[in-house]
Ligand binder design. Sequence first.
Ligand code: DGL
Length: 282
Amino acid sequence: MTHPTPASSASATDPRPIGVFDSGIGGLTVARAVQRALPHERLVYFGDTAHLPYGDKSTAAIQAYSVKICDLLLRQHCKVILIACNSASAAAYELVREYVGSKARVLNVIDPIVEYVGRHYAGRTVGLIGTKQTVGSNVYRKKIDALNLGIQLQALATPLLAPMVEEGFVHNAVSQSVVNNYLSDPALAGIEALVLACTHYPLIREQIAEFYHAGRTDVLDPSDTVAEALRRLLETHGLVAPAGAQPPKHHFYVSDFTPSFEDSTRLFFGQEVDLEHYPLWE
Ligand code: DGL
């Protein structure tokens, strides 16, 4: 089987898949936004469920996992690798870009929303919630400060939220109480927008918005912004997939399989998908 080399003209098409990876199934919220925005693109998704959660791991560990996952996605001839995990984007984006080189384009979930914040919130105070890894890395602060637009970022690690969502606590009294507790933290006082800097949080977006109901805080879900950035990247580099008569057949791999992960795909992707076990670490 032959595979086309990357196209150089913006009008060319490229049928190769887009690789998407996350620590688990949370990145399916990003994959879902991509599928909605770019329905002709075929996705190869890898969820590193054997090492979940990344949010509590060291930078070195996340980098090692990410590189190995990229090997798999490159073997699958992916034209783009989308790091659909804030923790991995924070810890491993630069390394992955260097590692992948010219074999594929690499996109993270941080730069598109930072750019959006720069366009809409100059001179204002913006909050952010994410895992310990994402918040501790300070990567959002560095990127927002580099814009030099007078945006003040106030970030808070909210490590209970991802496992809570994974357990299906998304629209009940327990989740509302945990959400309210975190969002009442003084670290987030006076913010005019809140970035949901973890792929699990779009699933509790309504509850977060509910907390701010009386105020004027915008809740920013980066998924659609990421999908738009991906569209621009594909168009700019002549990588858009040709429109087929049938919807593309996506593949969803996990490094550790349990039926409960498969059940949860409905929550994250909007429909249940067949997870294939790919034991990358055996
Ligand atoms: N997907 C991760 C993120 O966006 C959250 C889950 C984890 O800690 O692995 O940061």
